[in-house]
Design a protein around this ligand. Sequence first.
Ligand code: B1M
Length: 221
Amino acid sequence: MNQDELLRQLYDFTLVGNAPEVLSLTNQGLAMGLGPEMLLYEALIPSLEEVGARFERGDFFVPEMLIAGRAMAGALEVLRPLLAETGAEPIGKIVMGTVKGDVHDIGKNLVNIMFEGAGFEVIDLGVQVSPEKFIDAIKEHKPDIVGFSAFLTTTMPMFKANINALQKAGMREQVIIMVGGAPVTQEYADVVGADGYASDASAAVVRAKELLSQRRALARA
Ligand code: B1M
């Protein structure tokens, strides 16, 4: 099998949620010398985008989305150590979670992996995270950044609810707030009063580093 065939098969088996094949092709791809980013961005992520498009058209239903998501999550576990390889001292601490009411975590997990790869310490609170749980975690871990992920238009308003809760607790200025997720835009992030937004995992790392260095420069001034 050549590189193009492997990527095609990885795409096709993710689409139908065949987790054992997805795992095996991911391992084969790595053994062939394909980079983890290539497997992610040229097969796994485009395949999940197609799953979403089919769901919107009514060709796929929740069970199909679920098994495709599980197949992707299995591959991500294999890719995680390769994407997150770093020997460096942590450059900052991030508390991350998917907001209350939302169970999507693949995108958040990928952002976490890229943060870890860039040298951040990540405290992952999981999914369906309430404002109270975010506040407790900020008190406990004292992160530089708190990241909220939302993947549904119906759960995006939780960004504002979280920020209001932080304000009420007198903690808003202690942390940089970043938001992201499939339906989120820069405009929405501005409206809710977040400090930063990114459209994907790589952009999230770049934005987090920018925000952190701005904050540290201000603290030194
Ligand atoms: Co759901 N789902 N889902 N789903 N699902 C979407 C999100 C949807 C877009 C599909 C569609 O209609 N096209 C749609 C949302 C529509 C909307 O609101 N605009 C949708 C729906 C409607 C639903 C349900 C309501 C379906 C139902 O029950 N009727 C339901 C909701 C359940 C709930 O949460 N309460 C539901 C359920 C599920 C499953 C459980 C079956 C499964 C989730 C499995 C899991 O995550 N463990 C699932 C899946 C798999 C999807 C799709 C197909 C794939 C999501 C994914 O993993 N993408 C998705 C379609 C799509 O996205 N095109 C869909 C790949 C991932 C790498 O990308 O998540 O965008 P993404 O993450 C990116 C960026 O967003 C960004 O970086 C990530 C990596 O590059 N990012 C950040 C994420 N967090 C960030 C934080 C940052 C910065 C960047 O800073 C802090």
